[in-house]
Design a binder for this molecule. Structure first.
Ligand SMILES: [Zn+2]
Length: 173
């Protein structure tokens, strides 16, 4: 499935062009709250070892990477939909995005980061509270073993190793 997107109608083209890929409203809202709460972060920070990818909101000292994933581009189970026009092309494109997200997670985890992924439909207050909880747990990590939710097995495990993944989209804290 190669080539550029070929929206079959002006309508589809217009609809796609309105879907922002970064600096979206939900991301800005979450950043504002984090900033107001006294947290400092880097925006659009290059993924270590994969500089063409970037972390939406990066806490570089504590190595916490926060992503606010667009429901369309990242295939939210509630709001993600594959457009009818050029359906196969879009299906392949969105599947590729999902693979890329997972690879980005792996890259960051391998480098000792904690990865937090939120859907854009998640309220900014919730993004704030969950992110702060993780930042605090990272601060305590040096001395205390932690329990975290493993994304792949969806099970809890404990240990004194670095946290693997804090479940991307269904974070339970
Ligand atoms: Zn959604």
């Amino acid at each position: 499935m190669a080539g550029e997107p070929v929206p079959s109608s002006v309508e589809v083209s217009a609809r796609m062009s309105r879907l922002p890929r970064r600096d979206t409203g939900p991301e800005l809202a979450a950043r504002r709250l984090l900033h107001a709460a006294g947290y400092r972060y880097r925006v659009c920070f290059p993924v270590p070892g994969a500089p063409r990818r970037s972390i939406d909101v990066a806490f570089t000292r504590s190595k916490v990477a926060v992503f606010i994933d667009g429901c369309f581009w990242h295939g939210c189970p509630e709001h993600g939909e594959v457009p009818m026009a050029n359906n196969a092309w879009w299906a392949a494109k969105l599947a590729k995005n999902a693979v890329r997200d997972r690879a980005t997670n792996e890259q960051l985890l391998a480098d000792g980061w904690t990865v937090l992924r939120f859907w854009e439909h998640t309220g900014a207050e919730e993004v704030l509270s969950r992110t702060i909880a993780v930042l605090r747990s990272r601060e305590m990590l040096a001395t205390a073993p932690i329990i975290c939710l493993d994304e792949d097995t969806r099970s809890y495990r404990s240990g004194n190793q670095a946290p693997r993944t804090i479940d991307s989209h269904q974070l339970m804290l």
